[in-house]
Design a protein around this ligand. Structure first.
Ligand SMILES: [Fe+2]
Ligand SMILES: [Fe+2]
Length: 329
């Protein structure tokens, strides 16, 4: 039986800091130098934390695929708390990559899904099995359970993989929310449905949802939510899965629901790839410059054109993500 948001309340608490580890993403780059003090590539942090001997015996580096998953570990109250934001695309990559970087997914206390697309929930069943605890909450949205697809120019629809059933996700506990929802003892906020307010973020025009047996246009992808943390002395850290709501709408809504104007980091898929979305690269960057985060980590579905433009236009903030990267914020 799915639960609803009715029981949730309170305000987002400040955290002393957080660690964010890229578990699944579209690219790996273990070699490029980084000058950002908040970013540690896998080889560096794993050697520091697991030791030289561990590096010698665990020779497999994590894998890239079209998908997204980040581990978010809050550092506060002398007790780290971990949530997993999305679960990658293929059934095994999130679990396999966690093993390859030396993380035990049993530390995860809550799973949050950004939206109901296969590249974000594909590894969910194996993640739930790996965590192995009964009743672990998975924060979802009702629309994730609709069949989805995208239309080709001739109108035919490519159907996506359906979201797993409650039975397949047992013994986890599904919690469905449309409104802002606090997890990790109020240290992380799931935004809930994001108002579409900018003039240029028009949604996913080719997106379709199966309604009453027919494929209907569903450009809004209303289940697309982000997560937000408030880090002491720094400001908001906003993570998006695919940002079908628009990355600027996502950040603006995070500011609105928390009442905190400072944005320290924006991390995740910005969905600026493809003919239709590439038209909004310039406006997105203009708005991001106004928001002025110290760290901008566009990844997953952002696309190389937007990544190149962001690296040129926001060189001090921009980071190219690699699977395995650790962000200390
Ligand atoms: Fe995606
Ligand atoms: Fe998506």
């Amino acid at each position: 039986m799915m639960e609803t948001e009715a029981k949730n309340g309170g305000t987002l608490r400040e955290v002393d800091g957080a660690e964010i580890i890229s578990i699944v993403d579209n690219t790996v780059d273990f070699l490029s130098a980084t000058t950002h003090k908040q970013v540690k590539p896998f080889g560096r942090w794993a050697r520091e934390r697991h030791g030289q001997e561990w590096m010698h015996t665990h020779k497999q580096f994590p894998l890239a695929e079209h998908g997204f998953s980040m581990l978010i570990r809050t550092l506060s109250d002398n007790k780290p708390e971990s949530i997993l934001f999305d679960a990658g695309g293929s059934p095994e990559t999130a679990v396999e990559n966690a093993r390859r970087v030396g993380l035990d997914l049993k530390e995860v206390e809550c799973i949050v899904l950004s939206h109901g697309h296969y590249d974000h929930f594909g590894g969910l069943i194996s993640v739930v099995k790996e965590i192995g605890r009964s009743g672990i909450p998975i924060i979802v949205h009702d629309d994730m359970f609709k069949s989805r697809g995208s239309a080709y120019p001739d109108g035919a629809v490519r159907k996506y993989t359906d979201f797993p059933t409650e039975a397949q996700l047992s013994p986890a506990r599904l919690v469905s929310t449309k409104k802002p929802f606090l997890v990790a003892h109020n240290k992380v906020c799931v935004t809930g449905e994001i108002p579409r307010e900018t003039s240029f973020e028009k949604g996913f025009m080719r997106h379709r949802a199966l309604t009453n047996g027919e494929w209907q246009p569903d450009p809004a992808v209303l289940d697309d939510r982000g997560v937000v943390l408030n880090v002491k002395g720094k400001g908001l850290v906003v993570l998006s899965g695919c940002a079908h709501a628009g990355i600027i709408n996502t950040v603006n809504y995070a500011k609105q629901i928390t009442g905190i104007p400072e944005v320290y980091a924006v991390i995740g898929g910005f969905h600026l790839a493809g003919k239709e979305n590439e038209k909004r690269i310039e406006q997105t960057i203009n708005e991001l410059k106004r928001i002025n985060p110290k760290l901008v980590v566009p990844c997953h579905c952002t696309g190389w054109k937007a990544m190149c433009a962001l690296s040129q236009e926001m060189p001090d903030a921009f980071v190219w993500n690699s699977v395995g990267n650790l962000y200390e914020v």
